[in-house]
Write a protein that binds this ligand. Structure first.
Ligand SMILES: [Zn+2]
Length: 116
């Protein structure tokens, strides 16, 4: 190749021109230039599931909401490049939370039915 500054022929792999000292290497294109697409549904599902795990007794609906958000997040994970792991984690926590609080509420219902 030829130096863009002085026009002398230089080595193909040269980083700087040996004649004039100007930088001749073409910058290597950065691979991680693609903007990250964050899986917001996955994050929301994870957070709601986590909250519902602790507060499911008061907000049973939160377990189901967290579960649904996580399922959608997992289903759409191919569209996103970031936070997909959270969607999967939210799905697992959502299932556990829903199961726990469903069992609790069935137990509560059965106990009440026995009493009255
Ligand atoms: Zn040069």
């Amino acid at each position: 190749m030829f130096c863009k500054n002085c026009g002398k022929e230089i080595d193909e792999h040269a980083y700087v021109c040996p004649y004039c000292g100007v930088l001749v290497a073409t910058p290597v294109p950065t691979v991680s230039n693609v903007p990250k697409k964050v899986n917001g549904l996955g994050i929301a599902g994870f957070v709601v599931s986590l909250i519902s795990l602790g507060l499911g007794y008061f907000f049973v609906i939160a377990s189901i909401v967290g579960l649904v958000l996580s399922i959608v997040g997992v289903c759409l994970r191919k569209k996103y490049t970031s936070c997909n792991g959270l969607a999967v984690a939210g799905l697992v926590i959502g299932i556990i939370s829903t199961l726990i609080w469903t069992i609790v509420w069935i137990a509560v219902g059965a106990t009440l039915a026995l009493i009255f």
